[in-house]
Ligand binder design. Structure first.
Ligand code: KIV
Ligand code: NA
Length: 265
């Protein structure tokens, strides 16, 4: 795919090609992620944690999400850019949801929006889709509802919640969502959902029976040390690598090793 579209993702699922997705919140990171061939870049509201240092995703604003998304958009040649609708920008009513989605599309140039929830956001999703804006769903552990859940543990282990999740996934497909993120649910349930739908299911902590995977880039690079869920595979230990580099810099400055004769005018 020269340029990934919402249509390419559904084709990838039909062709049994797994979909790769990572987060980015800034130009420099997005350029590297896009250049490496990652199919979908999510401008996640995890920026609230990763970029701003908040404990939850709730505080980040629509304006801040638009700032991050516009920075990412300027970097990319190929990836599909999905932007999270932040907490408080879509829950009140479908008109507000549409207004927020329109702002993201107009002011950032993103290609699609993602919002959390099932039947409670059905009307909002329909309104956004009616305006021609592609929507990605998000079910399972939905971090904007963390104060309702009380914990970040695995969702839908009980039959009732699993049944509701399956119904919500089917509803999202019927409403017209082009894909769904399934976060932290049993692998068996995620596989069942993926097999019963034609739109792709992108998992995070949802096993390998789904149609694609997403991770928070800073986590998979090992830049974060405190966050250690089972589903997180670290591809680098950048926390250590960067600490070593910064310590070496301090030492070089202190010892007047830096700058040397070739590093000055
Ligand atoms: O905000 C985010 O990074 C997300 C992914 C973890 C799916 O929603
Ligand atoms: Na998110």
């Amino acid at each position: 795919y020269k340029r990934v579209t919402v249509k390419s993702l559904v084709e990838m699922k039909a062709n049994k090609e797994k979909i790769s997705m990572l987060t980015a919140y800034d130009y420099t990171m997005a350029k590297i992620v896009d250049g490496a061939g990652v199919d979908v870049i999510l401008v996640g509201d995890s920026a609230s944690n990763v970029m701003a240092g908040h404990e939850t995703t709730l505080p980040i604003t629509l304006d801040q999400m638009i700032y991050h998304a516009s920075s990412v958009i300027r970097a990319i040649d190929r990836a599909l850019i999905v932007v999270d609708l932040p907490f408080g920008s879509y829950q009140s009513d479908p008109k507000e949801a549409l207004r927020s989605a329109i702002r993201i599309m107009k002011e950032s140039g993103g290609h699609a929006v993602k919002l959390e929830g099932g039947k409670e956001v059905k009307e909002s999703i329909k309104r956004i889709l009616n305006a021609g804006i592609p929507v990605m769903g998000h079910l399972g552990l939905t971090p904007q509802s963390i104060y309702k859940f009380g914990t970040y543990t695995v969702r839908a282990k009980e039959e009732a919640e699993a049944k509701q999740l399956k119904e919500d996934a089917l509803m999202l497909e019927r409403a017209g969502c082009f894909a769904i993120v399934l976060e932290k649910v049993p692998a068996k349930l995620a596989k069942e959902v993926a097999e019963s739908l034609t739109i792709p299911i992108i998992g995070i902590g949802a096993g390998n029976g789904v149609d694609g995977q997403v991770l928070v880039t800073h986590d998979m690079l090992g830049m974060t040390h405190e966050f250690n869920p089972r589903f997180l595979r670290r591809y680098l230990d950048l926390y250590t690598e960067m600490t070593n580099a910064f310590q070496q810099y301090v030492a070089d400055v202190k010892s007047v090793d830096f700058p040397n004769d070739n590093e000055q005018y």
